[in-house]
Design a protein around this ligand. Structure first.
Ligand code: BEZ
Length: 263
């Protein structure tokens, strides 16, 4: 199965709004100069750089070597690490994550690594896709693939939990959730939804032979148009955000964590 590929130039063109909107998550983090911060899923490093410029000691991690190279070019310490395989030990005052956790489909492994990466009393602050995120786009992809005899279920690379589900997960992995909320945030796109699909929905598109992909994308765009494009031709993605703050308690966690091998 084709993996999602990340291209920093395409990302900057089609998805610059991701880090622009992520500024609100930085505000929620309320970073202080001198704090050690892990940016989990740092992408091209835009927000890691903002934290660095605010005087924090930042390490960015991302599974994409291309995005990590882009992050390093901005002057931040960034490393190629899969979020399911964090190996830090009580090194950070905070773990921060914007628009990345929905790509990590084994959240137990991620939470276990984040917990270990934080010092006792440290905080985990982030935002990602919540339940119902991009539902119109996902339905259009599923229906257009079904029309071609393909079941999209195993191609779906995203984890979009409900607030109560994520609250329970945080608790199970030893965190104290301070806030977990899901809210709708329709998000303007730079053009129509074509660029978004080509940037983020590669698993679905690449399940088809090369020569069939263009027509498929055109069809998905048309399936989305009635819900996502207004009378003036402006497109909005139907984003739903899950925003959270949680802490690693000072005392040893009394919670017995399930085996993470299957998480
Ligand atoms: C999001 O930020 O919600 C998102 C981005 C790309 C794919 C899926 C979701």
């Amino acid at each position: 199965m084709d993996k999602q590929k990340w291209n920093p130039a395409q990302y900057a063109e089609e998805a610059h709004f991701v880090s622009e909107l992520g500024a609100q998550v930085v505000d929620l983090l309320a970073p202080c100069a001198g704090e050690r911060i892990l940016d989990l899923g740092c992408g091209d490093g835009t927000l890691a750089k903002a934290l660095h410029d605010a005087g924090c000691r930042v390490v960015g991690v991302d599974a994409s070597p291309e995005m990590v190279a882009a992050a390093i070019s901005t002057g931040v310490d960034a490393r190629v690490v899969d979020g399911h395989e964090l190996r830090f030990d009580a090194e950070f005052d905070a773990v921060f994550s914007n628009a990345a956790l929905h790509w990590m489909t084994r959240p137990g492994l991620v939470l276990d690594g984040v917990y270990r990466a934080l010092r006792p009393g440290g905080r985990f602050v982030g935002e990602f896709g919540g339940h119902g995120n991009v539902a119109t786009i996902l339905r259009a992809l599923e229906e257009a693939l079904a029309a071609r005899g393909i079941d999209a279920t195993p191609l779906n690379p995203w984890f979009f939990p409900r607030a109560d589900e994520y609250h329970a997960l945080l608790t199970r992995y030893g965190f104290e959730p301070v806030k977990v909320q899901v809210f709708s945030r329709p998000t303007p796109l730079p053009g129509d939804v074509t660029g978004w699909l080509e940037t983020f929905a590669q698993r679905f598109i690449n399940s088809l032979p090369k020569e069939a992909r263009k027509a498929f994308v055109v069809e998905v765009v048309e399936r989305c148009r009635p819900a996502l494009c207004d009378g003036d031709g402006r497109w909005m993605a139907d984003y739903v955000r899950l925003r959270f703050v949680a802490t690693r308690p000072f005392g040893a966690s009394a919670v017995v964590k399930p085996s993470v091998s299957s998480a």
